[in-house]
Design a protein around this ligand. Structure first.
Ligand SMILES: CC(=O)SCCNC(=O)CCNC(=O)[C@H](O)C(C)(C)COP(=O)(O)OP(=O)(O)OC[C@H]1O[C@@H](n2cnc3c(N)ncnc32)[C@H](O)[C@@H]1OP(=O)(O)O
Ligand SMILES: CC(=O)C(=O)O
Length: 580
């Protein structure tokens, strides 16, 4: 067990679960608790037993399924109801029966809340606090008291707020936690209030800060400066409304800035992994710009930054990313300089150091392409193909002579649709920009059947319909001209299938490549449909992912550019020697 002189108290499973959009199962809660325990927090607040069946079940299963190495499990609940005895309050009984060694009791400490929300007297509220603490202590549980709305209450009626702290401490609470429940405090005020409460009560104090002014982490650290020895936080800052103090930011600051050991050996290096794993379980995409653990936390874009980082990464980083299990990354864009390209190439395993002319050419090409709408910062694979081209080692497995896509949408099985239409009028065909050139003779032909189009049964704007696309590609692969046709549920899917069909006998590993993400962004244009389109395609081969970028006025053409690169890069990853 950790040193008890300073507590890192995690409330992801209680306050974190109060975030809009979060709905954890018991299994999710157990999995998160295991991660937090491994990470090394001192206390894990598991929920409110008795408030809902799920939290009651969590504490029941935790007895056998949650052997904790570092943390102590904590049950949350409120002080007894007004006008009852703690021993008769079913909610207090649920806390006792939870089996948790520690209980956090939420208590009113703002006189207005006592009178208007609880609708009881100030004296009865003090008795509710003291009775409940004493009762649970007698039953062998360790007690922390969360003084709800403490800071607002202290401003309104400091003597009453202080009397709640004293009532809790005198009844046997180990820690009295001052809560900024509405999250409206600023750091300097927190420091001043905490210092005054310490001086006037002598109680061991903690802090629980909501993030409504964006100051939860700063307020938590301000309270530490004033002497609290217990900090309540949540993983990734999840919590009611805009959230709580982010556990990872607080722990990062305590360990790396305050030089205070609050985690067991090795815990800090797990921080990025734990943050991402919790986000995965909670089913919220990890916040990319989160301090310490975000994927962008050590991503450098500006050329000037890169040029100094080349000399020493510390010149542009507040700490070593490896200490928190994160990585430094270079982003290449139109803000890049030669140093950015050199460092990025190194990251990709290509040594360009010293070749100023080549680096300069790459910078110029990147800037020119970005002006046209390309974006390389999210498309490392495209950048690597470009670098290899500039090095005089272009990667090619095929050459596209042409491609053509037909997109068709059919009204779903109307009885009259199958009958010949009499008296229809033929109107002129309109020129399209995505049609390939005519076929030659004497070639291999490959075909792929895609049995179904996407059956769009949405009733939106009309009757159900089926959409289907058919693509034909004409390629040169290893000296042979190949024509392949395939169907797909959309034009890009059909092109992807046709491309694979054309090469499947030649590059068998193609089967392991999978399109996992397709992003479209409309760049500036005069109207919605004639604007320039940027496509980002992400592929996976089961071992890793890579992203490529394509730009064009025609969305299918832009997609093709990205697709050609993605497949090329995928084949390079499979180890095929480059040749046409
Ligand atoms: C600041 C925080 O985030 S604290 C954590 C808050 N978390 C939650 O509320 C989530 C879980 N809550 C619940 O499931 C339900 O609200 C329950 C089970 C706790 C209570 O449900 P209900 O009995 O239906 O009461 P309801 O939610 O309407 O109101 C809360 C009651 O608790 C009382 N109460 C509130 N705080 C306290 C307190 N510190 N001590 C004693 N009683 C309290 C209120 O006065 C109100 O009493 P009333 O029923 O006599 O009006
Ligand atoms: C206890 C708690 O969650 C709060 O006061 O915000």
């Amino acid at each position: 067990m950790l040193d008890d002189s300073f507590h890192v108290f995690d409330t992801t499973l209680r306050d974190g679960a109060q975030r809009e959009g979060v709905n954890l199962t018991v299994a999710d809660k157990l999995a998160i608790a295991r991660l937090l325990d491994e990470f090394g927090v001192g206390f894990i607040e598991g929920g409110w037993p008795g408030a809902n069946p799920k939290d009651t079940e969590f504490f029941r299963r935790a007895r056998t399924e949650l052997p904790l190495r570092n943390a102590r499990l904590t049950a949350f609940g409120s002080t007894r109801r007004a006008g009852t005895r703690a021993a008769d309050d079913p909610q207090v009984a649920a806390l006792r029966e939870s089996g948790a060694p520690v209980v956090t009791l939420v208590a009113k400490s703002d006189a207005r809340h006592v009178e208007r929300a609880l609708r009881t007297t100030l004296a009865e509220n003090l008795a509710m606090v003291a009775d409940t603490v004493a009762y649970l202590r007698e039953h062998g549980q360790r007690i922390f008291v969360d003084c709800e709305h403490f800071f607002d209450g202290y401003r309104y009626d400091p003597e009453y707020a202080l009397s709640v702290v004293r009532a809790a401490a005198e009844a046997g609470a180990d820690v009295v936690v001052l809560c900024d429940t509405n999250g409206g405090m600023l750091p300097a005020d927190v420091t001043a209030v905490v210092a005054a409460v310490r001086e006037r009560t002598g109680a061991r104090l903690g802090i629980h800060a909501q993030d409504d002014t964006g100051c939860a982490v700063a307020n938590t650290l301000a309270a530490v400066d004033a002497g609290v020895t217990h900090v309540q936080c949540t993983a990734n800052g999840y919590g009611e409304r805009v959230g709580n103090a982010n556990l990872f930011s607080v722990v990062g600051a305590l360990e790396l800035k305050y030089d205070r050991r609050v985690l067991p050996e090795g815990g800090l290096r797990e921080m990025t992994r734990v943050s991402q794993a919790v986000a995965e379980i909670v089913n919220i995409a990890p916040a990319t710009h989160q301090p310490y653990v975000g994927v962008s936390a050590f991503a450098h874009k500006a050329g000037l930054h890169a040029s100094a980082i080349k000399v020493d990464p510390d010149l542009y980083q507040h700490t070593d990313p490896a200490l928190v299990g994160n990585d430094m990354r270079m982003l290449v864009s139109d803000m890049a300089g030669r140093a950015s390209i050199e460092l990025k190439a190194k990251e990709l395993g290509i040594d360009l150091s010293g070749d100023r002319a080549l680096l300069g050419r790459v910078v110029d090409r990147v800037k020119a392409l970005e002006l046209r709408g390309y974006s390389f910062e999210a498309a490392d694979a495209s950048l690597e193909l470009l670098l290899r081209e500039e090095l005089g080692r272009p990667v090619r497995y095929f050459e596209a002579e042409s491609w053509r896509v037909i997109a068709e949408r059919r009204a779903a099985a109307r009885p009259e649709a199958s009958a010949p239409v009499a008296g229809g009028r033929l109107v002129s065909a309109v020129e399209g920009s995505a049609v390939g050139s005519a076929a030659g003779g004497g070639v291999r032909r490959a075909g792929s059947e895609s049995p179904r189009g996407s059956a769009d049964v949405s009733p939106f704007l009309g009757a159900p319909a089926a959409a289907l696309s058919e693509a034909t590609v004409k390629l040169h692969v290893k000296g042979e001209r190949v024509i392949a046709t395939a169907e797909g549920n959309g034009p890009v899917n059909a092109l992807d299938r046709a491309l694979r069909t054309a090469m499947e006998g030649v590059y068998t590993a193609l089967a392991s490549l999978e399109l996992t993400d397709y992003k479209v962004r409309i760049l500036e244009g005069t109207s919605g449909t004639d604007a320039v389109t940027r496509i980002l395609l992400t592929f996976s081969d089961g071992r890793g992912e890579w992203t490529t970028v394509g730009v064009g006025e025609n969305v299918i053409d832009a997609s093709w550019t990205a697709l050609e690169q993605a497949v090329t890069y995928g084949l390079l990853r499979q180890g095929y020697p480059s040749r046409v």
